[in-house]
Design a protein around this ligand. Sequence first.
Ligand code: GDP
Ligand code: MG
Length: 171
Amino acid sequence: YGDANQKIDYVFKVVLIGDSAVGKSQILSRFARNEFSLDSKATIGVEFQTRTLVIQHKSVKAQIWDTAGQERYRAVTSAYYRGAVGAMLVYDITKRQTFDHIPRWHADKNIVIILIGNKCDLESQRAVPTEDAKEFAEKEGLFFLETSALEATNVETAFLTVLTEIFNIVN
Ligand code: GDP
Ligand code: MG
């Protein structure tokens, strides 16, 4: 997890987007620090977190941006997206509305996008069938995974999917 004394070959900016409370900050905290909190408050001030990993013998610094609560006001600015080469579009599998809002998040079609159905540990409260999301993702040409930041399910895989795809595009 440490970035110390490492030669960096690439820096990839990836943005997290999606409705409030779907788990964006916890997905990031799981990826960047392997931590999870059940009573996370809207993170104020922290713009991004980084983690350096190795992809095909190159060190890649992932700079992951979190909306820090702005999503409530639909106030995510162009500065937030500027320079991003990847986006993670997150909804909550227990809240249908957060999935229905996905098309509102106009992510640039030229970047690598993954659709993420988070909180898959809450299977008994599921409101979005996996098939619906899979179908939507296929239609839109997006990668798709269901994750649980709580149980650390697929979080690593989701980031690796995006970062490896970006890596392959620039190489
Ligand atoms: P954000 O507003 O999209 O950044 O959402 P947060 O990361 O702040 O998470 C909102 C709430 O959902 C918090 O209470 C989290 O603890 C909870 N949460 C986040 N991810 C998961 C998950 O994978 N499973 C469960 N059960 N709860 C989660
Ligand atoms: Mg947040």
